[in-house]
Design a protein around this ligand. Sequence first.
Ligand code: ADP
Length: 433
Amino acid sequence: MSKTLVSIAIWALGGWLLGTWLGAAAGWALFALGLLMMILVSGLQLSRIAHWVRDIDAPPPPSVGPWDEVLAPIYRKLKQNRLDLQDRTRSFQRALMAAEALPDGALTLTPDKSLLWCNQTAARHLGLDLERDRGHSIFNILRAPEFTRYADQDAWDRSLTLHLGGEGHARTLSLHLAPYGVGQFLLVSRDITQIERLENTRKDFVANVSHEMRTPLTVLSGFVETLQDLPDDALTDEQRRHYLDLMAQQAHNMQALVADLLTLSSLESTPNREGGPVPVTALVRTALTQAQALSGGRHTFDVSLDENLRIRGQDTELASAVGNLLTNAVRYTPANGAITVRWESTADGGAAYRVRDTGIGIDPDDIPRLTERFFRVDRGRSRATGGTGLGLAIAKHVAMRHDARLDIQSTPGKGSVFSILFPAARVCPSTDA
Ligand code: ADP
């Protein structure tokens, strides 16, 4: 305003000076011309401002005269607002990214428990599509009566375990609802399928071990009670020896079971280190001595071992796997059968330990289950030959800890080949040997 007044004053002074020199008419004419120019310039500036207003994010037009005083603070304020908005958008995106990065699923619900937002994990857990399901009631999305009962409470101090999906897609979720903000709700989901499976495996394992222990213990205590109850001369020496032999066998079975359990437990609890060069040949020879003793001359053995072939690993673990495959070959091969043992390099630079027998063989349907703990094709035969049902589970575990694979080929009635195949990376260069 002050600039406008100064401009009018300048034109008025100019008109007065011209008027005193050339006459009043010339003075008024100059003053009128000045005012006209001011009106024209103002109109021009106004049109530039009107143009700017249409694209208000652009900088305002420079030097628009008296308008500068009005436009500058507006522009400063606009710029500040824009920066604030950018800051807030960035914070919001950071919070959103953090919520996306959560290992758990997170859903926000409106006060009437309709879906507001969810992260990718929650979408995966509950099969949601945010675009499609936003605004839908969570009770229509999660149609489980136990969830409805859980969500209808007033306070949630515990999580809900929910079993979802059908065959092949079954999963178990742990859900926890919590109020937040103004009447809104946060639903956190966690996939506990694996944890639950492990827990069931652990329970089954404990039940199996108890069952395996109970059988020999029952037999053993039965014999002890019988012997205690009988008068000294009730049994002949031969009968007494027979009973004692049976008791010794049960005790031996229990010892074998405990030994295998300890091996499994040590495999599970010791960290997996690569270890130094293992003289596998020496391990196989020791196992062979035991297998031949078990065979008692009923089988022929064909052995060929590459003396220079060594792998990096743990010798006690490998000794256990090597021994298990050999004693199994003896136990599941009838008399006069042949057992072939090989320790050799493979075409891909790895190493293979193979035990071939001409024994009873295994039905193809049973092969995938052989390495399950306590799985036996023929329980009676396994027990009668002192089996614990853990040998192949141990062999597979040892193989895995050596980056190796347990391969089983078998034909019922003809025989089997059990191989542990080590990768080239585990084989020690021949200079090491
Ligand atoms: P077990 O102590 O019962 O032998 P394993 O884990 O060593 O337990 O073996 C599991 C099952 O695999 C055995 O019960 C047996 O039925 C089968 N099996 C293992 N090795 C052989 C083999 N060489 N020939 C035939 N069946 C075998």
